[in-house]
Design a protein around this ligand. Structure first.
Ligand code: R5P
Length: 298
């Protein structure tokens, strides 16, 4: 029997892409708010004894996490077998330690919640830093899709003489892979974060290849402060305005406008989060990962 894939609101095009693979089909359901803001769920496709996939990227995660809890509880009550989550953007990974006294490690708390709800997880480039593997906090089989191959393909196709630049040491894992696959050089800057919107990047002390086009690559663009600070350093090196590439387009508030106003040539993102800047398609790789993730049978 085919695995049923249900689209959480806003994840329709991801779900359509996943449902094209052999062995998968879209499930029908309704999910609507009651007048008081609570959620009403109803599955129209029978799920008894079926494997199920939920497609739900997790930007703005807090309300979505409660909804996923309700959906998975309902599916189990209706007799669904194994329930996997496809969440191209995995939230809370940056809170991977208690930075101040009195804080907790919310990366662990969210991982525990999702691990209780699901039997498997597929995501794209989670922000792995002090937690180096998802399995350290997620108690279920996980499959990570790297965005570097599709970003490198985009760079090869659209940029002449690229120089890949990472804004901080954490980004080296992504920029080195992109540069290797795009066949070009890369450099990494040094960042210190003082607050949500206060970011400092050290003066760059490296030489850039003559005539290069900088391509700033990072996993997440949220407030845009990291990219703005990196752009200032590239300007100080008298380099051309960069193209800003992000895997996950959180782009909160005025971030897009500020990046353009600061002179970035273009903001290009992958479609792990739906955003007008999406130009790089991850869906085929996510679909392949879903087909590859094998789960123990119940
Ligand atoms: C954190 O280190 C990430 O890799 C990104 O650099 C960061 O999340 C970007 O955030 P923002 O756009 O708010 O500076």
């Amino acid at each position: 029997m085919n695995t049923l894939i249900f689209a959480l609101p806003g994840n329709e095009s991801l779900t359509d892409a996943l449902a094209q693979a052999p062995g998968f089909e879209r499930g029908e359901w309704t999910c609507r708010p009651f007048a008081d803001g609570e959620t009403h769920l109803r599955f129209h496709s029978p799920v008894q004894g079926r494997d199920v996939v939920l497609a739900c990227t997790l930007d703005h995660p807090d309300a979505k996490l409660l909804r996923l809890y309700l959906v998975t509880q309902t599916l189990r009550e209706l007799g669904a077998q194994r329930v996997r989550l496809v969440a191209p953007y995995l939230p809370y990974m940056r809170q991977d330690r208690a930075f101040e006294e009195g804080e907790g490690v919310s990366a662990r708390h969210v991982a525990e919640l999702l691990s209780r709800c699901f039997d498997g997880l597929i995501t794209v480039d989670p922000h792995l830093h002090r937690i180096t593997r998802l399995e350290q906090v997620y108690d279920m089989p996980c499959r990570v899709v790297p965005a570097a191959p599709v970003i490198a393909a985009w760079v090869r196709q659209h940029v002449e003489r690229p120089l890949i630049v990472g804004p901080d040491s954490e980004s080296e894992q992504w920029v080195s892979a992109v540069a290797r696959m795009a066949g070009c050089e890369y450099r990494v800057l040094a960042k210190t974060r003082h607050g949500d919107r206060e970011v400092e990047i050290d003066a760059a002390r490296w030489d850039a290849p003559a005539g290069c086009q900088p391509v700033l690559v990072d996993d997440i663009i949220a407030t845009g402060r990291t990219q703005l600070a990196a752009m200032a350093q590239l300007r100080a090196l008298a380099l051309p305005a960069p193209i800003c590439v992000g895997v996950h387009a959180l782009l909160v508030g005025n971030a897009m406008h500020e990046l353009k106003a600061a002179g970035c040539r273009r903001v290009v993102t992958c479609n792990s989060i739906v955003h007008p800047s999406n130009a790089i398609d991850l869906h085929p790789d996510v679909s392949a990962a879903l087909q590859e993730l094998t789960l123990p049978s119940h």
